[in-house]
Design a protein around this ligand. Sequence first.
Ligand SMILES: Cc1ncc(C[n+]2csc(CCOP(=O)(O)OP(=O)(O)O)c2C)c(N)n1
Ligand SMILES: [Mg+2]
Length: 334
Amino acid sequence: MTTASGDNAARALHLDLYRMMTRIRAFEEAALYESGRGNVYGPLHACIGQEAIPAGLAPLLRPTDYVTSTHRGHGHALAKGADPQGMMAELFGRADGICRGKGGSQHIADFSVGMLGANGIVGAGYGIAAGAALRIRQAGRDDVSVVFFGDGAMARGTLHEVANICVLWKLPVLFVCEHNGFAQWVPSSENLCTDAVAGLMAGYGMPSRQVDGTDALAMHGCAAGFIADMRAGGGPAFIDARANRFHGHNSMDAQAYRSRDDVSRLRAEADPLALFRAATAAAGVLAAADMDPLDAAAEAEMRAAAEAALAGPWPDPADAWEDILAPRKAHAHG
Ligand SMILES: Cc1ncc(C[n+]2csc(CCOP(=O)(O)OP(=O)(O)O)c2C)c(N)n1
Ligand SMILES: [Mg+2]
């Protein structure tokens, strides 16, 4: 039986999921536009088409949880609560960027919200996530550590080392594979020995599930169960989230390896925002009139973030030698 409070909770969750997806998309569309105008330093790796994956997890994460990310990390950072203006300023290389303009798109981090960093090294997040999870356990906390990575990164040896130790030590790491079928321009079938990656990880004794990564509600439901188990003292889990990237590998990729028709078909059939709109309307939870203002607000928010970031200060060349080594106090114990 549905109740009024149940209906309200469902409505609030649907609004949260849609708001986050549309914010991620608007951030990246604004960033891609500015990249085309020459305002972004370095390539941009857009997660457009994959927004439901981080958006599904966002309402489940606390500021004291941790996230490690990839080169395709804008959605992860926003889902973890990072400030879009600081992120945009980071892309533009400005001194008020979230990492003082020194990291750029592939190195966005914000420890104040538990975002431990995007990473240009494929698969580099595994060990960092496990270390963070070990700290959580040692401190007796019930937080969790989420590592996002691509299907290409499944081929990295560190995944298998880390999976082993996380199971052995019951570390609260949620492994989220963003399975988009490509590693750069190489189809995953030429990179991975199996498509059934959840089965691979189940072999380590880890609860593992394949989920439709274009479905924010499905992502949310699956991650909710795994995260609740971890907060109650359980060990790691794995999600094989299937989705598609609609843009090239990055802003410099002409996509010679797939046809325009393939991409148009994906956009028509597998757009997580459009699918969500249709499903929530069919279920009678949200109507277009609930979601259209969220689209407009996200667009305005990200446009304002870009404008403010463009007006931001350039770094002082004298600061180039700062932030290279860990802060002194980190070495206090030798
Ligand atoms: C250790 C390492 N090897 C190779 C690369 C070059 N590289 C950058 S992205 C990428 C593909 C990653 O594919 P996947 O993990 O599936 O993520 P996706 O780009 O599809 O999100 C590769 C091979 C790298 N950055 N780091
Ligand atoms: Mg991939």
